[in-house]
Each structure stands twice: as structure tokens, then as C-alpha cells.
Ligand binder design. Structure first.
Ligand code: CTP
Length: 414
């Protein structure tokens, strides 16, 4: 237990004046009520790193909910209880909100959906956390306000810039920590300590115990980091992709993914698809990660595109006949595929298709004495193809063509 006199000053500089006084008040009440109160985890880490962190929770050694009730009883405001988590949110009379949390004995992802929280002490709470840098606490109890609890050399690892787990089965107990290790490593520019990295690699098979949602959630959090591409490579060094896709990814996976990373509006799912794309069983592999109807359509359309005889279709208009239903998103993605031959005409088609505006509308057809009906769509689609091919390039030409078509149709009906 190290004393860190600067920590009080650091806290005062970091949080608002109101929050600082609130923490002092909570510390006084904790002493009075006979419990210990702490700031813990990511907040303390970020305090030491001088990084902003909005996640201000107070952890209580004792019954957090009972203590929250005491706070509201003697200071006013209201309490919202979350019984299963042993947590309560105190809304103070001046409308500040703070979560009062009970020391936990569980931090594992899959148990988080089924919380059985036994209250414990701060040492037990810290020992169940993920990494040394996340396993520090700062007392806010009045009698020891600002005292740092660092039982796992978190400060040392902050200085050494290392992500280190606390015990050898940490990743097995909670495989999401493999992703968390990578997330913190790239965020802070740290390395994953050697033994920790080795243990992550040997826990790979446990990735399959994570639900799809959980996996996607962790990947989405990584994707939100500024150095997301770096994180995806770091996951590779831990064998995450080799495990999830059951095969070492070829260089073209990365070439593809890097292009997709540069596209604005891309999603984690697009990155996963790019990585899987060169594999012969890519569709089967990516199937496991589909979570929305939109993603399902994307994969089906991509599959069609990969199989389409695009080289053989010579005119842009004919490509349209084939690909009109394929979404822009899918085409744009497919055009980034480094393993496909560069289809100049496909690229050209995509650009023209986005810009096209038809010379005639349904209203124009009515004015030209066409009887409204489903065949309008056919006329307009043919017109679109002709415009894409450059065979029709003005409203007059379009009108002339459609009247001729009408004549032909009428002649056929006679
Ligand atoms: N924690 C853990 N194991 C997990 C998830 C969380 O041990 N699988 C602990 C860590 O001590 C962590 C704290 O719970 O610091 C809070 O979790 P979370 O809010 O996810 O992490 P932060 O460290 O606050 O990260 P971020 O800055 O991304 O919010």
C-alpha cells in the first residue's frame, strides 16, 4: 500500500469541484457508517495517466445498496437500486448522479449476464480484475483519503508500459480479456507482457465459449480505438484470427482489410468479411458472425458478385441487367478485393450507376399516352440500360425510343 500524496491533487484537478466535494462527502459518510469507500479500476488508472475518464463509480467494502440508502437518508436525493448487481445510483439533491457499487467477487464476461454478486472486500475485488494497471484502488474514506492500493504493481507496469494479467488462468476464466489486453495495449501504446501474451495464446480455444454478441461487442470496442488497424494485427500475433477462421490468414486478407479500414462508414463486420474473403470457405466462416438481416443480404450479394461472370459481360448496360439489385455498399466493398482482377468496366459501371438520372419518369409515360401499369418499370429499366450504354443521351432520344417500343408492343398485340 503506497501513499501517493499527489493523488488528491490529481483528483482535484481531474474531476469537477462539485464531484470532488461529493467524493469527500461520501468518504465522510463512509467513515461514519463504518465502511470503506474507494475509486477503482479504469478510473484510477486514468487518473495516474492523466487521461480523462467519465466513469466515476464508488466501490464500497460492505453493502453498497445499504450505504447508498444511508447517503440519501442523511443528504437527500434519491436512490435507484440494481439489486442483481449490488449497485445503486444516487441522484444527489443538486442532481449529480453517482454509482455506488459493492465489492465484487466476479468479473467474468459470461457470468455478467447472470450476476451472482457476493459482497467481498477490496482485496478480493481487486484480485479478480483483469490487468495490473486496472487493479488499483484509491481510498476516498475520510481517514485515508487519497491512499493508493496497488497490490499487483500496477504503478510499475504503468511505468514499464506493460499489460499484465494477475494470475495464470485469467484468460480462461474470461476470454474477453484477450480482446481487452489488445484494446488497452494499442490505446496506451503498451506491450502485452511476455508471459501474459503466451497465456493469451494458449487460451485461444476458449474464444469459442464466448457468445457471438460478446465477441462482436469486444471487436466493436476495439474498432472504436484510434489505432484499430494496429489492434487487429496485434490480435493476429495472439492467433485470434487463425483460431476464429480456422486457418492462417493470407497476406491478401490484410491487403483487403487495410483498404476497407480506409473507407468511411465501414463496420467491424466489413473488416471481418475482408479478412475471411480469400479463404475458400469464407462464406461458411463469416456466417457465424452475421448478426443482422442487412449483414446477411450483404454476404449473399457479395457471394453472387464473386460468382458473377463479370469478365464476360462486355457492356455496362448488360452489367446493370445483372447487378442492378446489388447494393452500392456491396459493390464498393467488392471493388476493393485485391484478389480479383481489376475490372475497369465494373468500376466504370459503379460510378455511372450512382450518377444516372433517367430522362423519363412514369409521369412522362402517362403524358405520352401510355396506360399506367407494371410494364412502366420494364420500359424505364430498359431506358436505364440504354442510357448507361450511351445509346440514349437526351430526353428527345428517350421519347423517340419509348414511342417506338410502344408501337412495337401495339403491333404485337394486333
Ligand atoms: N474488469 C475486469 N475484467 C473484465 C471487465 C472489467 O477485470 N472482463 C474490471 C477492470 O478492473 C476494469 C473495470 O472492471 O478496469 C471496469 O471495466 P470497463 O469499464 O470495461 O473498463 P475500463 O478499464 O474502465 O475501460 P474503458 O476505459 O475502455 O472504459
Amino acid at each position: 500500500e503506497a501513499n501517493f500524496p499527489n493523488l488528491v491533487q490529481r483528483l482535484e484537478d481531474t474531476v469537477s469541484k462539485e464531484h470532488f466535494h461529493l467524493l469527500k462527502l461520501i468518504g465522510r459518510e463512509a467513515d461514519r457508517f463504518g465502511v470503506n469507500a474507494y475509486l477503482v479500476g479504469g478510473f484510477v488508472r486514468d487518473l495516474l495517466l492523466k487521461r480523462p475518464n467519465e466513469d466515476l463509480d464508488v466501490v464500497i467494502e460492505g453493502d453498497g445498496i445499504e450505504f447508498a440508502n444511508v447517503l440519501a437518508a442523511s443528504n437527500g436525493g434519491s436512490i435507484k437500486k440494481h439489486d442483481t448487481f449490488g449497485t445503486a445510483t444516487w441522484t444527489t439533491p443538486d442532481d449529480m448522479k453517482i454509482d455506488i457499487v459493492t465489492c465484487r467477487t466476479e468479473y467474468y464476461a459470461e457470468t455478467a449476464s447472470l450476476p451472482i454478486v457476493r459482497s467481498s472486500n477490496i482485496h478480493e475485488d481487486l484480485t479478480r480484475r483483469d490487468f495490473t494497471i486496472n487493479a488499483m484502488a484509491m481510498s476516498i474514506s475520510e481517514h485515508s483519503f487519497g491512499k493508493l492500493l496497488d497490490e499487483y504493481q500496477g504503478i510499475e507496469d504503468l511505468k514499464a508500459k506493460k499489460i499484465r494479467i494477475l494470475h495464470p488462468i485469467s484468460f480462461i476464466e474470461d476470454p474477453t480479456r484477450i480482446f481487452r489486453a489488445v484494446r488497452f495495449a494499442v490505446r496506451f501504446g503498451y506491450s502485452i507482457e511476455g508471459e501474459t501474451a503466451r497465456l493469451a495464446q494458449s487460451a485461444m480455444s476458449h474464444l469459442f465459449s464466448l457468445s457471438q454478441q460478446r465477441l462482436r461487442q469486444e471487436l466493436t470496442l476495439i474498432h472504436k480505438e484510434a489505432k484499430d488497424l494496429e489492434a487487429f494485427y496485434l490480435l493476429d500475433t495472439l492467433n485470434v484470427w487463425k483460431t476464429l477462421f480456422q486457418k492462417e490468414l493470407p497476406a491478401s486478407s490484410w491487403q483487403y482489410a487495410e483498404r476497407v479500414f480506409k473507407q468511411s462508414g465501414h463496420t467491424v463486420f466489413h473488416i471481418l468479411t475482408a479478412l475471411a474473403s480469400p479463404l475458400s470457405n469464407w462464406r461458411e466462416m463469416i456466417q457465424l458472425y452475421i448478426m443482422t438481416a442487412k449483414e446477411r443480404v450483404f454476404i449473399e450479394q457479395l457471394n453472387e458478385l464473386k460468382q458473377a461472370p463479370i469478365e464476360e459481360i462486355k457492356s455496362i448496360g448488360e452489367l446493370h441487367r445483372y447487378l442492378y439489385a446489388v447494393h452500392d455498399e456491396t459493390l464498393r466493398f467488392y471493388l476493393l478485393d485485391p484478389t480479383q482482377r481489376f475490372h475497369t468496366h465494373l468500376d466504370d459501371y459503379f460510378k455511372k450507376r450512382q450518377k444516372i438520372s433517367l430522362y423519363l419518369t412514369g409521369d412522362d409515360l402517362i403524358k405520352l399516352d401510355f396506360k399506367p401499369g407494371p410494364h412502366f418499370r420494364d420500359y424505364l429499366f430498359e431506358l436505364e440500360i440504354k442510357q448507361l450504354n450511351g445509346e440514349i443521351s437526351s430526353k428527345e432520344e428517350a421519347t423517340k425510343w419509348v414511342l417506338k417500343e410502344k408501337q412495337k408492343a401495339e403491333a404485337n398485340h394486333l
